[in-house]
Design a protein around this ligand. Structure first.
Ligand SMILES: [Zn+2]
Length: 117
């Protein structure tokens, strides 16, 4: 179980990093017309430039980042992997594909049908 937690934590952190790097890359290209990510940021933690970047986040990206943070919090609290709606465990296959999933497939489908997100 401990190893499993580590595994998902790692997945979530990678996912977060990917989003932030994409954002950073996009911003660099827009602002300076340069390509690539500055090396000093690759070496750095994400916290510092994270705040700075939030301004440029689109709503969907902001939402994903929020969900990733929420999932990381749940791992630490030991409630990770359960559906927010029916409290049943979310399948491992789903978590591997979407580590920040908040709902099981059944509830997700129902929410989408009713127009909620
Ligand atoms: Zn559910």
């Amino acid at each position: 179980m401990k190893q499993e937690k580590k595994y998902y934590l790692n997945l979530l952190e990678k996912e977060k990093e990917k989003i932030l790097k994409n954002l950073l890359y996009a911003r660099e290209v827009i602002e300076k017309g340069e390509k690539g990510i500055p090396t000093h940021i690759a070496d750095h933690g994400t916290d510092e430039f994270e705040k700075d970047l939030e301004v440029g986040l689109s709503n969907s990206e902001r939402k994903i980042l929020e969900e990733i943070d929420l999932a990381i919090k749940k791992i630490k609290e030991g409630t990770y992997g359960k559906c927010d709606n029916c409290k049943q465990p979310i399948s491992k296959a789903r978590l591997k594909a979407l580590p920040y999933a908040r709902f099981c497939i059944k509830c997700q489908t129902e929410r989408e049908k009713s127009g909620k997100k």
